[in-house]
Write a protein that binds this ligand. Structure first.
Ligand SMILES: O=C(O)CCC(=O)C(=O)O
Length: 276
């Protein structure tokens, strides 16, 4: 599915863009379905950044037969993940991030493996596929990555607002030495990124929302040694790429694997919360 060159690029940079991973028709279908999916939206929770602004996300562990579950099981995503991680992968979780106009807060600098390490995953053989549903621009707080930073290995993480951020001294040193890439993306474009890639995003100060679907995977060979709020190895049932349009606007129904913050403590079940 991916060329040797693309795999080498991912290994070198820690990320790979796939323009047009989803067609216009598929992307509009997903965004429209998301905006009307009450179960998904009712499970969304807010996470504050260091300035007190809030960004919202809805997160579920197991992919169902609804449209979002189907997207995360399509061959075009899963086969690419398997090429990048070097073998069978399973679905670790998916999240819809809802960065609303003028209010959507920032995500502090972090590595996803800064959190997932705590869940008993011995190796950073994990990665995410972020699909832009709205146009992602600097103005609406697009993802930012530090090119090649995954090669630093896991960095210590500590509290930053209601989120957990990577050690500030190391982030500063890294930003002085590595290229900062603003991931401006058309709807339907995806970025596959390594779990040790340092990333963040600024607040959304624009008039436009930035919703993204982020599907996260773990290598089957990296089955966590202990239970956590994300699943241990669970076989992933791939579906053909045509399944997205064939499924249509099927909303989430009866998925009991949403992550729920405890009342009064939005991050209680979400260590660090940003990379959850
Ligand atoms: O898309 C974003 O703004 C960042 C999301 C993120 O950092 C994460 O979910 O780990």
């Amino acid at each position: 599915m991916l060329s040797e060159k693309e795999i080498r690029q991912f290994q070198q940079d820690g990320y790979l863009f796939v323009p047009g991973l989803l067609s216009r028709e598929e992307t509009s279908l997903i965004l429209e379905t998301a905006r009307n999916d009450h179960q998904m939206l009712d499970h969304a929770f807010g996470v504050q950044d260091t300035s007190g602004r809030q960004t919202r996300l809805s997160l579920w562990n197991h992919p169902g037969d609804d449209l979002f579950g189907i997207v995360s099981r399509t061959e075009r995503i899963v086969n690419r993940m398997e090429d990048l991680l070097g073998g069978e992968v399973y679905h670790y979780h998916s999240k819809m991030t809802l960065k609303e106009p003028r209010v959507g807060g920032a995500w502090e600098w972090h590595q996803d493996y800064g959190y997932w390490y705590q869940n008993g995953c011995l190796f950073p053989d994990m990665a995410s596929c972020l699909i832009a549903l709205d146009p992602a621009t600097k103005a609406n707080g697009c993802l930012q990555v530090l090119k090649g930073s995954h090669r630093m290995g896991r960095i210590e993480h500590g509290l930053a607002g209601q989120q957990t951020g990577a050690d500030a001294e190391r982030v500063k040193a890294a930003t002085e030495r590595m290229e900062l890439v603003y991931c401006e993306m058309e709807p339907g474009t995806a970025i596959f990124f390594h779990s040790n890639l340092l990333h963040c995003s600024a607040a959304n100060t624009s008039e436009f929302p930035r919703w993204s679907l982020i599907c996260c995977y773990n290598a089957a060979s990296n089955d966590p040694y202990k239970d956590s709020h994300h699943p241990r190895y669970t076989p992933l049932h791939k579906v053909p790429d045509s399944a997205i349009l064939a499924t249509g606007a099927k909303m989430i129904d009866g998925n009991d694997s949403f992550l729920k913050p405890k009342p009064g403590n939005p991050t209680a079940r979400v260590p660090g919360s940003a990379a959850v």
